[in-house]
Design a protein around this ligand. Structure first.
Ligand SMILES: [Zn+2]
Length: 170
């Protein structure tokens, strides 16, 4: 998908599609969905007959892209959904201006965090997990921080960088 930090969810039915969106879902066995990130959260959603791959950054969290994807999966038949959060930048590293933190915390108060040096930051995985739990979705979350672990691409560490991929299929 062409990711744009928006809130569109796209259902993939064939391999020829090239959607602009931040969440893919499919019921088709054998079609692998991929999300590409370098500090944002690669969120994979798994159920019996439907899977989803979601790009969750700061704007995606505020846009509720994960919750919209869960709704869309349920509309096409997903039962119990499990979530996997891949490596992303952690709350000790994701420094943001205080005003930006305030803005995000209006909708997600538990995103508020401090960096290791005591400045304002955001803990996106923590806030996303709270949304998932409220939506009745169980989860497993990686504890790896993309900025701290050099085996992963990190936009904050190198402005010009590759992307990590999260991939899911039925
Ligand atoms: Zn970190």
């Amino acid at each position: 998908m062409n990711q744009v930090h928006g809130d569109e969810v796209f259902e993939v039915t064939s391999l020829t599609q090239d959607p602009t969106c931040d969440a893919l879902i499919t019921k088709e066995p054998g079609i692998a969905l991929a999300v590409m990130i370098a500090d944002c959260i690669p969120l994979l959603l798994i159920s019996d007959g439907v899977v989803g791959a979601v790009h969750v950054g700061r704007r995606g969290l505020v846009n509720a892209i994960a919750l919209k994807t869960i709704d869309a999966m349920r509309k096409i038949g997903a039962g119990t959904i499990q979530a996997q959060l891949g490596p992303s930048i952690c709350g000790r590293c994701y420094e943001v201006p205080e005003a930006l933190a305030d803005e995000v915390c209006l909708s997600h108060p538990n995103a508020r965090a401090l960096t290791s040096s005591g400045t304002s930051s955001l803990d996106l995985p923590k806030a996303l997990i709270a949304d998932l739990v409220a939506a009745g979705v169980s989860y497993e979350a990686s504890s790896i921080c993309t900025l701290e672990n050099e085996q992963y691409f990190s936009y904050r560490r190198h402005n010009i960088t590759g992307r990590n991929a999260g991939v899911v299929w039925l």
